[in-house]
Design a binder for this molecule. Structure first.
Ligand code: ADP
Length: 476
């Protein structure tokens, strides 16, 4: 089934498709043009071959004319008084003159006609004495006009493709008396017909034509294949870009959607906070009063706990929806981490967590908002603890490399599933029953507000590692 193209994709593909069609049609046009050119070329070579063969035949006839006149007509006229070729002696003499003259030349047939269109001499005995075979070419030759014609034999297709089984050129020219030492030719004594076999030449021309066509087809095929691979690559790139653009568009619309939700949540959270503060302080008051009357009751402490939890959630919402601009000042990352560990110590001691620190000596002082970084690391420590509900070890690393400060928080929990890894940074994504899905979003906002980068990976030993890179400012 053909995939339906997305509008962005079809928009991008349109000009590309035009170029593709243009290139393919130019290729076909060039190919057709080359074939026509090769046919014209063949036609031109053939007509050149025809004229050359005709000129060659006329030269032979001229030579034959001279030899026949000097070695046959004159001596025979003197010896016998009359030329009669049915006389055996005369015929043999004529035959030897003709054959010695044309010996080693490419001539397949010679006929010499008398002035009344009777064949007086021929290479073929069967033709001797035949009448009226000369036709118009004979008549023209009698009038002094030489002419040539092509005679072809072969099937329809052999003739169509220009490779007849047999092709001959037949030339008719006058046989004249010679006037010694005079450039003017004498009277016409008869007609000479010479036949040359051109089959080999034509086969050579055909082979040349085929070679040209094969070379052109080969080159065209190669160009075609190259073009197809270029087009395929181009289409792949366009498709990839279109998908990227689509993804970006989707991200943008999701971001817009989330930002409007965030704004609404921020407004609502703010409104909840005041009554929540009143509920919490009233519950504390109630707790004190009830302590004397009903020391066993847990109701006020539950109200206080849940209000605190709700307050934390609201704080998360507000932190995420309205990220602060960092208030930069000298900040030692060791102090921030130390403050986190001290704050969490009651929980970590009570629930079996050990936080190990591996902080390089002499870490640089960076320009940062210590409170914001404290908030970010607090979220990471809480996530690490929640990933190990039965307690465990948490490691914090800090070192400098490549002009940056690198901090990593590692736990030994169950790590992150492949499915969760993709959505981890999406706000409100949580796998926890009581989670808000904003913790990592807040961390990301804070680190990026410090021109830093944060990523989360699974450790090969098990558990997750959150790595943070913060820039170290050059000392002035
Ligand atoms: P929340 O903690 O409220 O769920 P977070 O944005 O902090 O929100 O985390 C989103 C999700 O990322 C968590 O629900 C959890 O699935 C996953 N996650 C975060 N930190 C870790 C960690 N250290 N180990 C395993 N999963 C984690």
């Amino acid at each position: 089934m053909r995939k339906r193209l997305h509008p962005i994709h079809s928009e991008r593909v349109k000009p590309f498709r035009l170029v593709k069609y243009f290139t393919f049609s130019s290729l076909i046009l060039i190919f057709a043009g080359t074939i026509v050119l090769s046919m014209l070329n063949t036609h031109w070579i053939r007509s050149m071959q025809f004229s050359k063969s005709e000129a060659y035949a006329l030269l032979l006839i001229e030579n034959l004319n001279h030899q026949v006149f000097m070695q046959f007509i004159l001596p025979v006229g003197l010896t016998f008084g009359k030329i009669e070729l049915h006389n055996k002696d005369q015929y043999e003499r004529m035959d030897s003159v003709v054959r010695s003259t044309l010996h080693s030349f490419k001539v397949s047939m010679v006929n010499i006609y008398g002035t009344r269109d009777i064949i007086a001499y021929s290479f073929s005995n069967d033709l001797m004495g035949m009448e009226n075979l000369g036709g118009t070419s004979f008549q023209n030759a009698l009038e002094g006009k030489s002419s040539s014609k092509l005679v072809q034999k072969g099937s329809f297709w052999e003739l169509f493709f220009g490779v007849p089984k047999e092709i001959r050129i037949i030339t008719f020219a006058a046989l004249r008396a010679e006037k010694p030492l005079s450039p003017v030719a004498g009277p016409v004594l008869g007609v000479v017909e010479i036949e040359q076999d051109l089959s080999d030449d034509y086969r050579g021309i055909f082979r040349f034509q085929m070679l040209t066509l094969l070379t052109v087809s080969g080159v065209m095929l190669m160009l075609f294949l190259i073009l197809i691979s270029v087009v395929k690559r181009g289409e792949g790139i366009i498709q990839k870009r279109a998908q990227e653009q689509l993804k970006l568009k989707e991200q943008l619309s999701r971001a817009k959607h989330l930002s409007s939700i965030g704004e609404m949540m921020a407004g609502v959270s703010h409104e909840i906070r005041n009554p929540l503060g009143i509920i919490s302080s009233s519950a504390e008051l109630l707790q004190k009063k009830m302590a004397s009357e009903d020391p066993m009751t847990r109701i006020p402490s539950i109200i206080i706990e849940e209000s605190t939890r709700l307050n934390n959630i609201i704080t998360d919402f507000l932190n995420y929806a309205k990220p602060k601009v960092p208030n930069l000042s000298d900040c030692r990352i060791e102090d921030v981490i130390d403050k986190n560990i001290r704050f969490l110590s009651t929980q970590t001691d009570a629930r079996g967590y050990r936080i190990h620190t591996y902080l390089d000596h002499g870490l640089p002082i960076i320009q940062a908002d210590g409170d914001m970084l404290y908030q970010a690391f607090l979220n990471l420590f809480i996530n690490a603890m929640q990933a190990m509900p039965d307690g465990g070890d948490i490691a914090v690393w800090a070192k400098t490399a490549n002009g940056s400060l690198w901090i990593a928080v590692e736990d030994q929990g169950s790590g992150i599933s492949e499915n969760a890894m993709e959505k981890l940074w999406d706000p409100f994504f949580t796998t926890k029953d009581k989670g808000t899905g904003l913790g990592l979003g807040i961390v990301k906002n804070i680190i990026e507000a410090h021109q830093g980068k944060v990523r989360i990976d699974n450790r090969t030993e098990g558990g997750a590692r959150v790595s943070i890179r913060l820039p170290i400012q050059e000392e002035i």
